[in-house]
Write a protein that binds this ligand. Structure first.
Ligand code: FAD
Ligand code: NAI
Length: 466
């Protein structure tokens, strides 16, 4: 029997990073992953690489290029004649980007001497994992089995008419009319891709407020911008029935005013959240404690079973690749006897729409509800010289700082490259920084990052360029 210090089940961002970190720390490490590419070969990288972060960002970039060429290049005096879409090429490029990432992880495993097993891993005991016809002995096991899309009752995914993220990323034709249920992150990102490529997109959201997870000021701005782009979003709806015909989907629902309505579309994306995946893990064999489908862990990702750890989408917390990675690294370091710490308060969120939306820390509504005294400062990109030069002036940066200490409590951005800009705020919060600290840092001119500095200065009512 092969034996390892650490066996990781799942090769997504939580799992593959945990295996690499364990190997770096001198532990013998194995990683088991069952995902297959179309050719049957391993497709390392999990949901993120195969049907999540990576392919969605590839299509977001390609579709944004198409939108820019069709609608915005002319503002720069760049005239495009005979603009056309080759969706086949666009999809092939996406697949190539995915493959590069799959192969990159396989290379990293070799480089770090992580032993890879292609197949489904399941528990035989708390120290033995079965994969194919092998049984591996493991001193420690890390469960990193990720998540699956949540289906709407009565509307199972067929990936032809009713699509999860997998089908939504693989369409071979642009649907004329696209319905989306759920105006969360996937709904907004995939809705944006297909709208830019020509679909008439309607998003139906159950909650009365649009983008309730974001700061209200940012959500309001986003709603305005998305409406202007032609993305139709209806909030406060209750879906009553979804039915399919030969090449169409009918969605019946109650609108926010109580009226019964119908939406007829060619394709429907259902993006109403994800559920933890423990399929086939045989977790009951070791009496693993589960709650609402999630593997129960403590703050250090220890499960109820000694020497069994769990990280990423399969445990509590935001379902984000970088959160999974942080937990994977921390679990490997704990196994090696170190004392790492994952700071949940500084995990950034990014929505890769155009403009991008990004935030870290608390929203104004959360602070109000908690009774925390705070002050805010905002700065619009319309007053930023680089944004003007780019021709991308929508959005703003908003800082929230503690009223007494000036410590940064939250930073919220909607605007160009928000997903990159947020890193400065994350770093400042990690170092316990104040709004004044950011205001005192020299930022390059002209750069979008000056909007961060100006919003920080605005907390003390001393922004310079507005
Ligand atoms: P996963 O990535 O789901 O990996 C789990 C792996 O384990 C899979 O390969 C699975 O096949 C394998 N597995 C499961 N069970 C077994 C078993 N028993 N034996 C062997 N293998 C098994 N997050 C971001 O931070 N940024 C983004 O831009 C972003 N975009 C996204 C876009 C979409 C469309 C979707 C769906 C998600 C996106 N996410 C994004 C979320 C991100 O993909 C997940 O949070 C992340 O992949 C979770 O990592 P994980 O390692 O926990 O699990
Ligand atoms: P989500 O949680 O972001 O959004 C789901 C939305 O569907 C919510 O607004 C919810 O109110 C709504 N909803 C739920 N049930 C509904 C119903 N019956 N009818 C209508 N609306 C309903 O989940 P989503 O978009 O599916 O994404 C899944 C996960 O993937 C997220 O947790 C996110 O963290 C991750 N992800 C991250 C990305 C990023 O970081 N850029 C990109 C895409 C996904």
């Amino acid at each position: 029997m092969k034996s390892f210090d650490v066996v990781v089940i799942g090769g997504g961002p939580g799992g593959y990073v945990a295996a690499i970190r364990a190997a770096q720390l001198g532990l013998s490490a194995a990683c088991i992953d069952e995902a297959k590419a179309v050719d049957g070969k391993p497709a390392l990288g999990g949901t993120c690489t195969n049907v999540g972060c990576i392919p969605s960002k590839a299509l977001l970039q390609s579709s944004e290029n198409y939108e820019q060429a069709g609608h915005h290049f002319a503002d720069h005096g760049v005239l495009v004649k005979g603009l056309a879409l080759d969706l086949g090429v666009m999809q092939k490029r996406k697949e190539k980007v995915v493959k590069q990432n799959n192969e990159g992880i396989a290379y990293l495993f070799k480089k770090n001497k992580v032993t890879f097993f292609h197949g489904r891993g399941s528990f035989k005991s708390a120290s033995e994992i079965v994969v194919g016809d092998e049984t591996l002995a493991a001193k420690n096991i890390i469960i990193a089995t990720g998540s699956n899309p949540r289906a709407l009752p009565g509307a199972d995914f067929d990936e032809k008419l009713i699509l999860s993220n997998t089908g939504a990323l693989a369409l071979t034709e642009v649907p004329k009319r696209l319905g989306v249920i759920g105006a969360g992150i996937i709904g907004l990102e995939m809705g944006s891709v297909w709208r830019r490529l020509g679909a008439d997109v309607t998003i139906l959201e159950a909650l009365p407020a649009f983008l309730g997870v974001a700061d209200e000021a940012i959500a309001k701005e986003a709603a305005k911008i998305f409406a202007k782009q032609g993305l139709k979003i209806e909030t406060g709806v209750a879906i009553t029935k979804v039915s399919t015909a030969k090449n169409a989907v009918k969605i019946e629902y109650k609108a926010s005013d109580g009226a019964a309505k119908t939406l007829d579309v060619d394709r429907l994306i259902v993006s109403i959240g994800r559920v933890a995946n423990t399929n086939g893990l045989h977790a009951e064999a070791i009496g693993l404690k589960m709650e609402r489908g999630l593997v129960v862990v403590d703050g250090d990702c220890r499960t109820s079973v000694p020497n069994v750890w769990a990280v990423g989408d399969v445990v509590r917390g935001p379902m984000l690749a970088h959160k999974a990675e942080e937990e994977g690294v921390a679990a490997a370091e704990r196994i090696a006897g170190q004392k790492p710490h994952v700071n949940f308060n500084t995990i950034p969120s990014v929505i890769y729409t155009a403009p991008e939306i990004a935030w870290v820390g608390q929203t104004e509504q959360q602070l109000k509800a908690a009774g925390v005294a705070y002050k805010t400062g905002s700065f619009p990109f319309s007053a930023n010289a680089r944004a003007r030069a780019l021709g991308d002036t929508s959005g703003l940066v908003k800082f929230i700082a503690d009223a007494a200490t000036d410590a940064i409590l939250g930073v919220h951005i909607i605007g160009p490259m928000a997903g990159e800009l947020i890193a400065e705020a994350v770093a400042a919060m990690e170092f316990g920084g104040s709004a004044e600290d950011i205001g005192m840092i020299c930022h390059a001119h002209p750069s979008l990052s000056e909007a961060i500095k100006e919003a920080a200065l605005a907390v003390d009512k001393r922004a310079l360029n507005i």
